[in-house]
Design a protein around this ligand. Structure first.
Ligand code: NAD
Length: 252
């Protein structure tokens, strides 16, 4: 295929969905993946309606077979991926007293091991081609803040920062770049959940502490993910970039 290609996890809704649209608008063929089949298909339809091209694969990032199969299918169709976005994530509220091994492990499995599985599957062909870029989603809860009742999320998202550093060293000599992106408060299903996160009132309250004066929209993150995969970011690797409207540099 003459178009560059990108594979995105969790691309049915939220930041992944907006990233899929942004890559398609920039001329990429998009491999949309998610556990949400209906929403994934809707992302493909939205891309096609806008004149782009995309295909859906069901991928649960906790399933190595799923991840490997989707990457292999993409490579068989269009060759080594040009860009990979490890976006899928969960943020479950769990009181410390209720933190079973299973609850701890589940978040680590999705938010950290899921990123690793995707990088492990996609990087060999990218290295063989001597090019490509990967972006992994961390969080300001991984780079900067603690979050009560979410210690497993803090640990997983901090883990992404270290994983990005290590993989940058392994992949850089073969011309493959990897960077992390740590969003602040972004209006998606994850943040809007009043059970697991801050909900709309929490987003509005947080906006008061954001120097740019508002909470983020998923498009604010998608545009930076696209930049990190572009030639403009050709000398960047191993970094986790905070995109939070200035939240973490404010002093109140
Ligand atoms: N929204 C925020 O404020 C915020 C802040 C910091 C970091 N993040 C991170 O950004 C990323 C995108 O989050 P979002 O805000 O768009 O959330 P979202 O809940 O809107 O979307 C998350 C996506 O991940 C998918 N997903 C969940 N578990 C999966 C699994 N096992 N396998 C495959 N896909 C799975 C979901 O189906 C969904 O499509 C996540 O990694 C999240 O932790 C979000």
């Amino acid at each position: 295929m003459s178009k560059p290609t990108v594979l995105i996890t969790g691309a049915g809704i939220g930041i992944g969905h907006c990233s899929a649209l942004a890559f398609a608008a920039a001329g990429y063929h998009v491999y949309v993946t998610d556990v949400l089949d209906k929403e994934g298909a809707e992302t493909v339809s939205a891309i096609e309606a806008a004149g782009g091209t995309a295909a859906f694969h069901h991928v649960d990032v906790t399933d190595t077979g799923n991840v490997n199969a989707a990457v292999k299918a993409a490579e068989a169709a269009t060759g080594a991926l040009d860009a990979v976005v490890a976006n899928a994530g969960i943020a479950h509220k769990v009181l410390l007293d209720d933190m079973s091994d299973e609850k701890w492990a589940h978040t680590l499995d999705v938010d950290l091991s899921g990123v690793f599985r995707l990088c492990r599957a996609a990087s060999p062909a990218m290295r063989a081609e001597g090019r490509g870029a990967i972006v992994a989603l961390s969080s300001v809860m991984g780079t900067t803040y603690g979050w009560h009742d979410h210690v497993q999320y803090n640990a997983a998202k901090s883990g992404v920062v270290g994983l990005v550093r290590g993989l940058a060293c392994d992949l850089g000599t073969d011309g493959v770049r990897i960077n992390g992106l740590a969003p602040g408060f972004i209006k998606t299903a994850q943040a809007l959940s009043t059970v697991h996160s801050v909900g709309m009132p929490g987003l509005e309250a947080a906006a008061k502490y954001v120097p740019l004066g508002r909470y983020g929209e998923p498009e604010d993150i998608a545009d930076v993910i696209l930049f990190l995969c572009s030639d403009g970011a050709r000398y960047m690797t191993g970094q986790t970039i905070i995109v939070d409207g200035g939240l973490t540099v404010g002093r109140y």
